[in-house]
Design a protein around this ligand. Sequence first.
Ligand SMILES: Nc1ncnc2c1ncn2[C@@H]1O[C@H](COP(=O)(O)OP(=O)(O)OP(=O)(O)O)[C@@H](O)[C@H]1O
Length: 224
Amino acid sequence: MSNSNIIKFSGVNFSYGQQKVLHDLSFSVEKGEFICLTGKSGCGKSTLLRLINSLLHREDGEIELLGENIDNWEIHQLRRKMGYVLQEGALFPHLTVYQNMCYCMNLNNYDEVRCRQRIEELLPLVNLDKEILNKFPEKLSGGQGQRVGIVRAIAHNPEIVLMDEPFSALDEETRENLQNLVKNIHQHLNTTFIMVTHNKDEAEKLGTRIIHMNEGKISTVNTN
Ligand SMILES: Nc1ncnc2c1ncn2[C@@H]1O[C@H](COP(=O)(O)OP(=O)(O)OP(=O)(O)O)[C@@H](O)[C@H]1O
């Protein structure tokens, strides 16, 4: 394995019950890449992200993450090194915006001062005002919720950020703003991103590489 490989799948298969979803999947991702994962609905994109985040377990084949076989990772330790942004933010409804934003930092033992500093740093990047911090998610617009979800996913400086159609429910202007924001974060932090998107323009704008899936296999790979 090249040292810069941060994710490596070799011959990975996965099924939900009798339904085979991923077929002998092999690919690798280098540190700092921005992978856009495209493909028809149901081809297995979200399943792939869930395998990387250990929410699901492969049937067979090998997965290496950050240079280590996935079986050697303690699951919480591994998840602390990742950020996960889902469609529509998926914020914790019982936590304030501030508490949501601090969630992954708390898991990484950031103290209160560091959390506050980091959030103050990130708020302008996502165009949010401090006034939003004490609100609960139900009071936010879709775009605000997505921004909070992005802050939560990146605040602890994860090695890998996984994003599952993060902007699909947003209006065009908000979508474009958040695309620019994520692009900016990628360029500044050199974090590795894997983003599922159905939007070809979005994939071309953000991806350093576009991986197209078809029926649980990788069909094409394009480098931007
Ligand atoms: N929890 C589950 N239990 C059983 N089958 C599932 C489950 N999750 C997904 N599937 C099935 O596995 C296949 C792949 O689903 P997956 O969500 O990975 O596809 P996707 O490419 O992300 O689709 P979309 O673009 O619509 O989000 C689909 O046929 C789906 O119905």
